[in-house]
Ligand binder design. Structure first.
Ligand code: UDX
Length: 443
């Protein structure tokens, strides 16, 4: 099939390369000339394990090409995937103007019948809105082609995007158009034949809701275990063992029960807010989601409370944050707990240093007022306390001895529960973690 992909970001570029791998002819379009120039030179503009190899393979075969012009992605295409950004608006809802613009561009450049597929995470009802825009534009421009709308949400994780796309847990698509359904079946035919993943075929709003509900549910699990961690701390229980014990129940499972500083990234924070916003718009107060967000925020405040218990006030105290990225394996700082915490600490007068093995170049660009330190020992040296924010292997491997040899005061708040509490406390560290054994604080 001839496929256009509009938006060559994390979702769009990885999806475009996967479509090309499955035997389709794909044009990936992005309005940012710098990104397209990088892609045309043969490199990805962001790092994702396995992506470069997939791009090398699919571009060498000529199955995947890049353009700055929407017309190149749309003209001749049987299906166009919308993978543009939906950044949050101040009121909590996503900005859908880029999605609407793609709808209009598709009508303007279509050369035959086609299916417009939303892959960007959008509120349930965007499909209907797109149908409305397309209907009006077709009439205005007297376009004879049939343009059907479908939703095909994406569930890929950063850092595992290629594997998640080539071997997904499931493929979900929704449309009310029979021909559009056949087109989507053809798009995924090779994946389903070779990988055997389950397919959920449904209507557009149901497909959109599957995405909302999946991300909100995963975020809820994280906030649930973080709330349990708060209780664990107060009764002297160990949340890691509580989670392990819960996870053995097959109905619960082990994943996404890691207590810590909470979730960040480009999806969960935005999606939880967007789902709550959507529910409110349609007349349902989804208060549970507000609580999920509040618990997530309070995890960072809890770190400040622990630091104050040790250091009294934080004014002019030097605090080293270990890890800046929102999770290991990425340099993405969007909604990173470490960045939030850094700003909160600065509000209360602390001097904050951030160490991260890969995200410091991004930090310099996106958070120029935060201080990154490239060497781990230098970042720790003379600080009044260290806080583990991202569970990079290099940070997991820090020994009590290394903390004792570098920090001014041996105070460690382990926001990702990466260290062994007994080992740390026995070595003389004033060690605090999330929902597990910590040193006694009497003040
Ligand atoms: C997520 C979803 O997993 C993916 O399906 C969706 O398409 C996009 O959003 P991603 O944002 O890449 O993917 O990261 P993920 O690995 O899910 O982690 C999200 C955040 O939750 C991270 O900050 C991570 O540290 C945190 N997390 C995750 C926890 O705090 N505890 C856990 O048990 C799991």
């Amino acid at each position: 099939m001839r496929i256009g992909v509009v938006g060559a970001g994390h979702v769009g570029l990885v999806s475009a390369a996967a479509f090309a791998r499955w035997g389709h002819q794909v044009v990936a379009m992005d309005s940012d000339p710098a990104k397209i120039a990088t892609l045309r030179s043969g490199a990805s503009w962001f790092y994702e394990p396995g992506l470069q190899e997939l791009l090398d393979e699919t571009t060498a075969e000529g199955a995947l090409t890049f353009s700055n012009d929407a017309a190149d992605a749309v003209a001749g295409a049987e299906v166009v995937f919308v993978c543009v950004g939906t950044p949050p608006l101040p009121g909590g809802g996503p900005n859908l103007s880029f999605v609407e613009a793609v709808g209009r561009a598709v009508v303007a450049h279509a050369t035959g019948d086609l299916v417009l597929v939303e892959k960007s995470t959008v509120p349930a009802n965007t499909g209907r809105r797109l149908e409305q825009v397309i209907g009006r534009e077709r009439q205005r421009l007297a376009i004879p082609h049939d343009i059907a709308v479908a939703s095909n949400p994406e569930f890929l994780r950063e850092g595992a995007a290629v594997g998640d796309t080539l071997h997904p847990d499931r493929v979900v698509y929704g449309t009310s158009s029979e021909p559009a359904r056949d087109v989507l079946r053809a798009v995924y035919a090779r994946l389903v034949a070779e990988d055997g993943c389950p397919v959920v075929e449904t209507d557009v709003p149901t497909a959109e809701l599957i995405k909302h509900a999946s991300n909100a549910f995963l975020a809820t699990r994280i906030s649930f275990i973080n709330a349990v961690a708060q209780v664990c701390e107060r009764v002297g229980a160990d949340v890691a063992i509580v989670a392990e014990g819960m996870g053995h129940d097959e109905r619960i499972g082990h994943r996404f029960l890691q207590a810590g500083l909470g979730y960040g990234g480009s999806c969960f924070p935005k999606d939880v807010d967007a789902f709550a916003h959507l529910a409110r718009q349609v007349g349902y107060e989804f208060g549970m989601l507000d609580e999920v967000r509040d618990v997530n925020r309070s995890q960072r405040e809890a770190v400040i409370t622990k630091l104050e218990a040790e250091l009294w006030h934080l004014d002019q105290k030097v605090i080293t944050l270990l890890g800046a990225a929102f999770k290991p394996g990425t340099d993405d700082l969007r909604e990173a707990p470490a960045v939030h915490l850094a700003h909160r600490l600065r509000e209360v007068g602390a001097i904050v240093r951030l160490y991260d093995p890969v995200a410091l170049p991004n930090l310099a660009v996106e958070q120029p007022d935060l201080q990154g330190v490239e060497d781990l020992d230098e970042a720790l040296h003379g600080a009044h306390a260290a806080v583990v924010c991202t569970e990079w292997d290099e940070i997991r491997a820090i020994t009590p001895h290394r903390y004792l040899a570098t920090l001014a005061y041996p105070i460690v708040v382990d926001g990702r529960n990466v260290h062994d509490p007994d080992e740390m406390i026995d070595a003389g560290i004033r060690y605090h973690s999330i929902g597990r054994r910590s040193v006694e604080t009497s003040l």
